[in-house]
Design a protein around this ligand. Structure first.
Ligand code: DI6
Ligand code: FE
Length: 401
């Protein structure tokens, strides 16, 4: 079926810039973009269906390339404690933090986890998200990591959106391995990861490289195993301190290194050379009241691609809006609205290893797009919250959400 989409302007995000086509037309066929360009240059192809987009601005579907959307419980109690002066590290040291979500996630059934994640993912979809990544990492043993990863797969089957799963078993040390981090990494590498990969539940492997989580030496063991299994890697790096994680991710040709407040210029040089995307997470920065920004000048100077994501998680970033991250990318990290939009489209796709097929509107790419009733593309970063008037198309089909 060939569909002709008319009466629109396009910010195609080709090459990570607006790449505007005014008075545009789009032809989709079999879920792909067959043709896109100015309406006056439209080839005379017979269409099965014509859709009038009413003067909308069309952008690629938004991509949230870093979330922890599946979890048990919530941690608004810790939010209150932090507002009274407790730090994230102090709460973690008292058995709260990630450990408390691990307890709640282990206690929840697969169906309960699915039911609680569903409205969170739907909230992101209402913002124009057509693809997202979700990490495990609150199970921390084979059965519970498997349970989370199955829920992640089920969300992708139940909803009209593309879901990529990342195994983050190296997120925190589970209580049963207390004081034995190296043993846990051994269990993860020898049992958990090979089994979960074999079961087809894992698209990529992530770890938390931080003084309150795992060291670069431990993370490297996980990366070596991932490489052996043919899985791409990414890393939570340099969020709270400088650990050399970003450079490590680059050495393993990581898809991305994420957070990065404490990264160095040397890391930027290594990431640019490896094509490792910098995924910035202004929601966590804001919620933790961080003051040290990622080194934007170094990232730009060395040409590192910059993505933005929600980091949706119950501890540091209870963020249900990717558009809000566009605004925060501009206000907190000094990005332009154009750079921010590239960060949730083409560069986010690249951070998921899918830059060749998603993230920009070009011939041959997947027809995931949003037609927004807005004045200009900067409106997407300008409005905070709210539900902008839009139509969402995935694989050439309009979806309801
Ligand atoms: N960095 C984060 O932002 C989340 N995990 C991580 O490694 C926080 C997870 C949590 O606090 O539950
Ligand atoms: Fe995270």
């Amino acid at each position: 079926m060939r569909t002709l989409w008319l009466h629109c302007h396009v910010a195609s995000m080709a090459q990570g810039a607006y790449s505007i086509i005014e008075e545009a037309a789009i032809v989709t066929r079999g879920g792909l973009i067959e043709w896109i360009g100015p309406h006056r240059a439209l080839p005379m192809t017979p269409a099965d269906r014509t859709v009038d987009l009413g003067g909308a601005w069309v952008t690629p579907g938004l991509i949230d390339c870093h979330t922890h959307a599946v979890f048990g419980g919530n941690r608004s109690d810790e939010f209150e404690q932090r507002l009274q002066g407790a730090s994230y590290a102090q709460i973690a040291a008292q058995g709260g933090g990630i450990a408390s979500t691990v307890r709640a996630t282990r206690a929840a059934s697969e169906d309960e986890l699915f039911a609680s994640a569903l409205p969170r993912v739907q909230a992101l979809m209402r913002d124009g998200v057509t693809m997202l990544e979700i990490k495990s990492g609150y199970g921390l043993d084979l059965a519970n990591e498997r349970k989370m990863l199955k829920v992640i797969r089920r969300l992708g089957e139940a909803l009209p959106l593309t879901v990529r799963s990342t195994c983050l078993a190296a997120h925190a040390l589970p209580p049963e391995f207390s004081g034995r981090a190296d043993d846990y990494i051994g269990y993860l590498c020898e049992q958990m990861l090979p089994t979960l990969a074999e079961e087809g539940l894992v698209d990529a492997v992530d770890a938390f490289c931080e003084h309150l989580a795992f060291s670069p030496v431990q993370v490297e063991r996980v990366f070596i195993k991932a490489r052996e299994l043919g899985l791409p890697v990414k890393l939570h790096a340099e969020q709270l301190s400088s650990q050399g994680g970003a450079g490590l991710a680059a050495r393993y040709r990581g898809l991305s290194a994420d957070h990065l407040e404490f990264m160095t210029e040397q890391d930027a040089i290594a990431m640019a050379a490896a094509g490792t995307v910098a995924v910035l997470l202004p929601g966590a920065f804001h919620c933790l009241r961080e003051t040290r920004r990622p080194p934007m000048e170094a990232l730009r100077k060395h040409g590192v691609k910059i993505a933005l994501a929600s980091d949706l998680n119950p501890g540091t970033s209870p963020v249900l809006s990717l558009r809000l991250m566009l605004n925060m990318g501009c206000t907190l990290f000094h990005m332009t609205p154009e750079q921010a939009l590239a960060g949730v489209t083409l560069h986010a796709a690249t951070a998921l290893g899918l830059g060749h097929s998603h993230g920009s509107l070009e011939e041959g790419k997947v027809a995931d797009f949003v037609a927004w009733q807005i004045e200009r593309p900067a409106d997407l970063a300008y409005w905070l919250g709210g539900d902008l008037n839009k139509r969402v198309v995935r694989r050439g089909q309009e979806i309801s959400y």
